[in-house]
Design a binder for this molecule. Sequence first.
Ligand SMILES: Cc1cc2nc3c(=O)[nH]c(=O)nc-3n(C[C@H](O)[C@H](O)[C@H](O)COP(=O)(O)OP(=O)(O)OC[C@H]3O[C@@H](n4cnc5c(N)ncnc54)[C@H](O)[C@@H]3O)c2cc1C
Length: 368
Amino acid sequence: MRRHDYIIVGCGFFGSTLAERLHSAGKSVLMIERREHIGGNCYSYEYKGTNIMVHKYGTHIFHTDNAMVWDYVNKFGGFNRYQHRVLTTHKNMVYAMPINLGTINAFYGINLRPSQVNKFISSKRGDIKNPKNLEEKAISLIGRDLYEAFIKGYTIKQWGCDPKELSPDIIERLPVRTSFYDSYYNDTYQGLPKDGYTAIFKNMLKGIPIELGVDFIEERDKWRGRCKNLIYTGPIDRYFDYRFGRLGWRSARFEIKKLGLPDYQGTSVMNYADTDVPYTRIHEPKHLHLEKVHTKNTTVIIKEYPHVNDNEPYYPINSDSDKQLLRKYRALAKKEPDVVFGGRLADYKYYDMHHVIELALCKFLSFK
Ligand SMILES: Cc1cc2nc3c(=O)[nH]c(=O)nc-3n(C[C@H](O)[C@H](O)[C@H](O)COP(=O)(O)OP(=O)(O)OC[C@H]3O[C@@H](n4cnc5c(N)ncnc54)[C@H](O)[C@@H]3O)c2cc1C
């Protein structure tokens, strides 16, 4: 059986960037992916009969300030000029997020000028000196009214608990813009791959053998015997057979529907802030690609319901006990010098796409 210089577990952006770099440097690489498709959580596909590109694991907007990362991904496919804007529905009214001058004026029914915003928000904050939980922290930043309207219900749904039970460290700051500027990201480079993320991955992985539908952990001795070096992008606790216990994650369930309408909600992502609506967001992916001609009178919507599913880890909970566990697993990982652990699952960290690409490009440069 052929031995490879590298076996890479996981075809997300971390694994695929390293695979592409190593392959073009003349190394022999084999990729192993548990799912039946490449692309990790960024996987996209065209919904049959609609010409609408759907992101299977939730809307993914590419954004970065890093020119090296932007130039790198653009080698594998063109991007459109989409700029993300997020709206949120609260008590049947729609507001812009993150909170900006338009949100504040609409919510309070006033007409502040930019220079008046900070003083106005300060008057709402109360006097919480040392916030002990997420609720107190949020109120100390934006005041109780805005917290209860836009943060409280969404947080209860997203994290499945009362914000009073969550650490104040989860939020460092809650941006309040003193202007009407409502673009969600401030990054220099933003967009969506014109042909979807999967096309980008296909181009990155040209010529590299891939075993789909194969779980590395189930036959790890077999695969270890076939490579000199291993790059592992799966969950770190699973690699060590959950020896100290499982790290906590929140997950999401997506409910997809095709509708006979030209447009359902007029935007790509609508948040739902109130707890009487069971989902957190509705995605309508046709709005991500204004350059495309979609099938007439057709749209696709996806409702996102947060829940717990250990097989689909999305957001690290990062409780104090998780932090302790992670320290123990990282100590074990240090004892495996010929294994590179990386990406969101192995690092147990929420990363955006551009973060993992940058980390993988830097990791490649560190190889001798
Ligand atoms: C709902 C949601 C929305 C997001 N939106 C954005 C966004 O708008 N913009 C943005 O920049 N980022 C976004 N992200 C983050 C983005 O998804 C991640 O940055 C990116 O997927 C990380 O890539 P990765 O390679 O580290 O992990 P992944 O993409 O998860 O890839 C890891 C791969 O390893 C495979 N694997 C795991 N264990 C094994 C095993 N034992 N054997 C074989 N294969 C295995 C998995 O199946 C997976 O395919 C979002 C994330 C979520 C959850």
